[in-house]
Design a protein around this ligand. Structure first.
Ligand code: IMP
Ligand code: MG
Length: 173
């Protein structure tokens, strides 16, 4: 597998992202970091340990990729793991911004649940793929339009544990 982003480069960038996030919240109130399962797993674990703010952690499920398909299907949002977020600052984390549909829908869902503010952070943003306008507040890396795995990102639920971002040979882009 070709390595697109090394573990060291991810580590450096996440340090800086945590600083950017700390600087964006000034009112001393706790931040509720909501990760979109399962892709957020590794990114979120590394990022929250570097954020110098009072942080609460929560999860939401949104899945658009089914089984071995690499093209998105219907988006399913489930929020049984979400605590009461009414009046809270929420930072939503996802592994990758592709078409933008997931983040657009989940941000709307969190506002609907009463969040006071919702900012979004992604580890990766693919160029040339966005179908709906969505501007994340924090972006780790901008990457070319390739199917990537590792550091939380999967193909058919495999490869999430890789400590780097790799380009998968085989499946169509
Ligand atoms: P969007 O709704 O099209 O922005 O899709 C975002 C979701 O698609 C992410 O949370 C990932 O689960 C998945 N996804 C998009 N591109 C990739 C990729 O290159 N590798 C693995 N998963 C991807
Ligand atoms: Mg995902």
């Amino acid at each position: 597998m070709d390595v697109l982003i090394t573990a060291d480069a991810i580590c450096d960038r996440i340090d800086r992202m945590a600083g950017e996030i700390g600087a964006a919240y000034h009112d001393g109130r706790p931040l509720t970091v909501v990760g979109i399962l399962t892709g957020c797993l590794v990114f979120m674990a590394d990022l929250i340990r570097r954020i110098d703010l009072p942080v609460r952690v929560a999860f939401i499920t949104a899945s658009s990729y089914r089984g071995e398909a690499t093209s998105p299907g219907k988006l399913l949002i489930r929020d049984e793991l979400l605590p009461d977020i009414r009046g809270r600052h929420v930072l939503l984390l996802d592994d990758i911004l592709d078409t933008g549909k997931t983040l657009t829908r989940v941000v709307a869902h969190l506002l609907d649940r009463g969040a006071e503010t919702v900012k979004a952070g992604v580890l990766l943003r693919k160029v040339g793929r966005q179908e709906v306008p969505f501007e994340p507040d924090f972006v780790g890396f901008t990457i070319p339009d390739r199917f990537v795995v590792g550091y939380g990102l999967d193909f058919n639920d495999e490869y999430r544990h890789l400590p780097y971002i790799g380009v998968l040979d085989g499946p169509p882009a």
